[in-house]
Design a protein around this ligand. Structure first.
Ligand code: HEM
Length: 526
């Protein structure tokens, strides 16, 4: 006897349909039993009703920072969505985010086990992998100390205050020469294309003691592919949450795997060269210092944590990867904002002229004297919110927030974009206005306002490159503004709509850079 249930299934027998129904009931019961009970006094998280299999993917859409901000207005600062079969808690609002990441930091410091993370640095990334807490902490400490030693420690002998200042100054001046020659030859330039190589060279110098030419194919193909990386690891990528999507062909995923493979190959080559030429008495850069740690097993002196050599030396992959995409995206946005707001650019030129003049290159120590530039940078971070979410977090134990129960191992999205555009925190949040960060008389930076901008995360997972990032954006911009006026191409309208990803980029565009009076054009640089 045959019974037709659904046209797509075709005819199935009564016994087959009975088995199917029993299986569905069993799965449902097991899932109900596995669901952690909500402890007394706590509430179930609010949120939109999910569809079977896909959850709330359709409502989240292609711009999760916008859709999840809209949902927070409806469900409050702590709510739950489902991406595929996986529940995700979304945090918004300054107070709730500070409560979770600062006051309950340990409980929200994990990383979720996502499909895409397995391909980053062969699954051994410091930032993305699900390392046990002891291993992650030991690696993070090592990374911070390496950055301090090779970037920000004060230099006593050189004309620069620290290695970082030397790298940025030199690369900034190369960039100026390069833009001059591109302008001469082509009459316009693509900001991201040139900024990204200069920024990559700064972190490459610190990590590997090496710089690339602006035309180096290997570096160019890598840094220009960083968009694909961000698109896949940005919060809400469906194939991280809906397992069967991994098996469907995807151009973005293919490019993501390709960029990871190429990145790993380049990193392995640079690390191998360091092992081959390693000299304990001459530690040249971060890679050498990490190799030295492995040799000494210094890491194990004060702790019981065992971290493999691969995971120690692999830290350099994270520093290099995180160190170029974030900063070049910030700088590229800054140049686009200069063009979009010419009156702000004019005021910045005036500030630089008055405080620095034309006889010397700006320095990091000029920061307190350039409050408008500092305010412009803060407003660029706030308004673009180019890192709309932090890297996804994960709860490390059963916990609660705002009276809602959140089980262990729940994936958590932290909506930085919402905080930076929250009308409760900012007056007229959608307008670009650097003055909001200046004191009433316009002579000083209002640091309290500045601290409200959320760009580097908070708490245990807060970005370890924040000091480097802020210094680099400042000094590159000061050098560029001292020497150039930036304009759009005649008749072209700038499209400032961001493209969603881990780091949101503006659309690629062509701009003009005209030398400021007193800065004559020199030859080409590489
Ligand atoms: C403008 C520049 C930068 C911005 C806006 C930025 C922002 C961020 C954000 C939002 C996170 C995630 C925080 C979280 O998950 O809660 C992060 C993590 C991280 N950043 Fe940055 N970053 C910048 C520059 C850098 C630089 C220059 C480096 C290294 C030299 C760096 C290294 C890292 C690392 C290793 C992590 C992972 C930390 C961990 O998981 O423990 N970042 N960054």
């Amino acid at each position: 006897m045959a019974l037709t249930i659904l046209p797509i299934l075709g005819p199935i027998s009564v016994s087959e349909s009975l088995v199917a129904m029993i299986t569905i009931c069993m799965v449902y019961l097991i899932m109900r039993l596995m669901r952690t009970k909500i402890p007394e006094g706590l509430q179930k998280l609010p949120g939109p009703k999910p569809l079977p299999i896909i959850g709330n993917v359709l409502e989240v859409g292609n711009n999760p920072h916008l859709s999840l901000t809209a949902m927070s207005k409806c469900y409050g600062p702590v709510f739950q969505i489902q991406i595929g079969m996986r529940p995700v808690v979304v945090l918004s609002g300054n107070e709730v985010i500070r409560q979770a990441l600062l006051k309950q930091g340990d409980e929200f410091a994990g990383r979720p086990d996502l499909h895409s993370s397995k391909f980053i640095s062969d699954g051994k990334s410091l930032a993305f992998s699900t390392d046990q807490v002891g291993v992650w902490r030991a690696r993070r400490k090592l990374a911070l100390s390496a950055l301090r030693t090779f970037a920000t420690v004060q230099s006593e002998s050189s004309e620069y205050s620290c290695a970082l200042e030397e790298h940025i100054s030199k690369e900034g001046l190369y960039l100026v020469e390069r833009l001059n020659s591109v302008m001469k030859m082509e009459g316009s330039f693509d900001p991201f294309r040139y900024i990204v190589v200069s920024v990559a060279n700064v972190i490459c110098g610190i990590c590997f003691g090496h710089r690339y030419s602006h035309d180096d194919d290997e570096l160019l193909s890598l840094v220009n592919l960083s968009d694909e990386f961000g698109k896949v690891v940005g919060s809400g990528n469906p194939s991280d949450f809906i397992p069967f999507l991994r098996f469907l062909p995807s151009k973005t995923m293919k490019k993501f795997l390709d960029i990871n493979a190429r990145f790993s190959k380049l990193m392995k080559r640079l690390v191998t060269e360091h092992y081959d030429t390693f000299d304990k008495n001459n530690i040249r850069d971060i890679t050498d210092s990490l190799i030295d740690h492995c040799e000494d097993r210094k890491l194990d002196e004060n702790s019981n944590v065992q971290v493999s050599d691969e995971k120690i030396v692999g830290i350099v992959n994270d520093l290099f990867g995180a160190g170029f995409d974030t900063i070049s995206t910030a700088l590229s946005w800054a140049v686009v904002y200069l063009v979009a707001y010419p009156e702000v650019q004019e005021r910045l030129h005036r500030e630089l002229n008055e405080k620095i003049g034309k006889d010397r290159t700006p320095r990091l120590s000029d920061r307190p004297d350039l409050p408008l530039l500092e305010s412009f940078i803060l407003e660029t971070f706030r308004h673009s919110s180019f890192l709309p979410f932090t890297i996804p977090h994960c709860t490390t134990k059963n916990t609660s927030l705002n009276g809602y129960f959140i089980p262990k191992d729940t994936c958590v999205f932290v909506n930085q974009w919402q905080v930076n555009r929250d009308p409760e925190l900012w007056k007229d949040p959608s307008s670009f206005n650097p003055d909001r960060f200046l004191s009433a008389d316009g002579t000083e930076l209002n640091k309290v306002e500045g601290e409200k901008v959320l760009a580097f995360g908070l708490g245990k997972r807060r970005c370890i490159g924040e000091a480097i990032g802020r210094s680099e954006v400042f000094l590159f911009l000061a050098i560029l503004l001292q020497r150039f006026k930036f304009n759009s191409m005649p008749g072209e309208i700038l499209d400032m709509t961001p493209e969603y990803g881990l780091t949101m980029k503006h659309k690629r565009c062509r701009l003009r850079a005209t030398p400021q009076p007193g800065f004559e054009v020199s030859g080409a640089a590489s």
